[in-house]
Design a protein around this ligand. Structure first.
Ligand SMILES: [Zn+2]
Length: 574
């Protein structure tokens, strides 16, 4: 592609509403343009990247045996009423009426439509299993669309739906998709983790989120450094303490800790580490039950785990007055000794002895405290948030902490839709069986945006080669110079013949601003063609991800570049 004949409106300024780096860079690089809140044009350069993601997704879905179709964006209300979602789905579902007053919505997902297809066409177990997918534009009326393609209202998605005769079959379909997703994100050249999102009752997990790792990610996740285990911090299980608590060695003593309310302050004052302290949180549930929760001084309470254990919806920190009433002291000095409410302790405390804790008296703490001897605990429960350095719940490895962006989700649906919409087949015995479904999504635009969140620097995008809109940019320093133009065009033609995607920057602009644009666009290989190099029979080569420049002898340039590009594109998906 010649730059002068291309449509590539880059921006010098970042649009004011672009909060995240992928949005900023996509707008500045002329990839997208806002039409309305959460609705974007995909300009030519952006579309090239979208197509790259789509092609990888399509190839791997086909490879896994899934079959492509295309369903309509416009869905009749009738189908959504059959599944019950017309009532359940909130304002995110964009509804409208046609001229005959018939109600419709724009599909944010397509379980209803695909189930209707299957129930109308499949009647025998012999036709199973299969997996239908589409790559299609969807709409979800987010209340606050932002972050560009990361959370738009209109978005391109790959959604797939598997149909099986039974649970065992559905598990096989799920595994196929799980493996296909791993291959997809590896082939995209992205660092990612498959995170357990929800654990089924009988072994195995039935939902995984695929997270692209990026410091700017919204989700906090942990993953094992030696096995495949990864989970959202909120859901990561933790193991009981490695060994039982050593026998108490110290007497219980009360120590004055004037005005020290934080664990860090008290620990420092006592010349201890927060790891030798226990903090006592007083919480109150929506049923107004008061619970004391004990955690190691440096640990964080995971409220979801606590709610699950208590069987409540929402336990929150009790107010000052409740704490005073219960403990006789202001917050910051609570301890379990003498408390009349339920006392729960995190698993970690099972292995602790002779620790410090609050004395239930203003300006005092206790040292040498021991559970069993000085106070009783109702139960030791996994109540804290996982963090880097914790032991993996599955193996002997250690957990690492990351931030992630969800780009894909595989989900074993079961019979929710097939039952509601009566999608059944006859089995080998002639019995009617409800189909078991799975659904599998990938945000196409979101994947492109996440790739930028993961791969950028202060000058622009650093595309992983498989997603780059072009692999090579040839920058002509002075296109008015006949020799420069000729040499640049010759290289351009040679690379095109090798199937390399090349952008020839033949604009009559200052070299500095061309280099800036090249960095902004993030094309992996830049070849500079200028007079000085030509006199020496060379082009200058610079990779976007490195600051080093090297010289390419003109005669070998096309062959060497082709080799380097192919090496960069060859991601091993296995
Ligand atoms: Zn592990």
């Amino acid at each position: 592609m010649r730059y002068t004949q291309y449509f590539l409106p880059t921006l010098k300024e970042t649009p004011g509403d672009a909060e995240v780096v992928s949005h900023q860079l996509m707008a500045r690089a002329g990839m997208i343009r806002k039409v309305a809140a959460g609705v974007y044009d995909y300009l030519p350069l952006g579309l090239r990247v979208i197509r790259k993601v789509e092609n990888i997704v399509r190839e791997e879905m086909n490879r896994a045996g899934a079959i492509e179709l295309l369903m309509p964006a416009v869905n009749p209300a009738d189908l959504w009423q059959q599944s019950g979602r017309w009532q359940q789905y909130g304002k995110e579902l964009l509804r409208f009426k046609d001229r005959k007053d018939t109600e419709f919505c724009i599909g944010p997902t397509h379980e209803e439509v695909v189930t209707e297809i299957v129930r109308g066409t499949v009647s025998s177990y012999r036709q199973l299993p299969f997996n239908l997918y589409q790559i299609q534009t969807k709409f979800r009326d987010e209340i606050r669309p932002r972050f560009g393609l990361m959370r738009g209202r209109e978005f391109i998605m790959k959604d797939a739906y598997s149909f099986d005769i039974d649970d065992a079959g559905a598990d096989v379909s799920y595994q196929k998709m799980y493996q296909a997703y791993r291959r997809i994100f590896k082939r995209c050249g992205l660092e990612f983790r498959a995170v357990e999102a929800d654990s089924g009752a009988i072994g195995g997990s039935f939902s995984h989120e695929f997270m692209v790792l990026a410091e700017t990610g919204e989700d906090a996740i942990v993953s094992c450094d030696s096995c495949d285990y990864a989970a959202n911090v909120e859901k990561a299980e933790l193991r009981p303490a490695a060994s039982a608590a050593p026998a108490p060695a110290l007497p219980l003593e009360k120590v004055e800790t004037p005005n020290m309310k934080t664990i860090e302050d008290v620990a420092a004052f006592l010349k201890e580490t927060p790891q030798k302290m226990v903090k006592t949180l007083i919480l109150i549930t929506e049923q107004e039950e008061i619970v004391a929760v004990l955690l190691r001084g440096d640990h964080k309470l995971n409220e979801i785990k606590l709610n699950n254990f208590l069987g409540c919806d929402h336990a929150q920190l009790a107010d000052e007055e409740t704490v005073r009433k219960l403990t006789g002291a202001p917050t910051g000095f609570s301890g379990p000794i003498g408390l009349t409410c339920r006392v729960l302790a995190d698993l970690e405390l099972e292995g602790m002895s002779d620790f410090g804790l609050g004395a239930n008296e203003a300006n005092y703490h206790m040292t040498g405290a021991n559970h069993g001897r000085d106070f009783q605990v109702e139960a030791f429960v996994d109540l804290r948030e996982a963090e880097a350095g914790d032991s993996c719940p599955r193996c002997e490895g250690k957990l690492e902490a990351w931030r992630g962006i969800e780009v894909g989700h595989v989900f074993k649906l079961g019979t929710k839709y097939s039952e509601a919409m009566q999608a059944t087949v006859l089995d080998a015995q002639g019995q009617e069986r409800v189909l078991v479904m799975g659904c599998y999504g990938i945000g196409i635009g979101r994947t492109a945006a996440a790739a930028i969140e993961q791969n950028h620097d202060e000058n622009g995008i650093l595309w992983p080669a498989p997603l780059a809109p072009f692999q090579v940019i040839i920058t002509l320093l002075n296109p008015k110079d006949e020799a420069v133009l000729k040499a640049g065009e010759a290289l351009y033609e040679e690379l095109l013949e090798q199937g390399i995607e090349v952008l020839l920057d033949d604009r009559d602009e200052r070299p500095g601003s061309k280099f800036k644009d090249a960095e902004l666009l993030g094309i992996p290989f830049r070849v500079t063609v200028g007079n000085r190099g030509l006199k020496e029979g060379c082009y200058e080569l610079q990779e976007r991800c490195s600051s080093e420049k090297s010289m390419l002898p003109m005669g070998e340039a096309a062959a060497r570049l082709t080799e380097q590009v192919r090496a960069a594109l060859a991601t091993d998906p296995a």
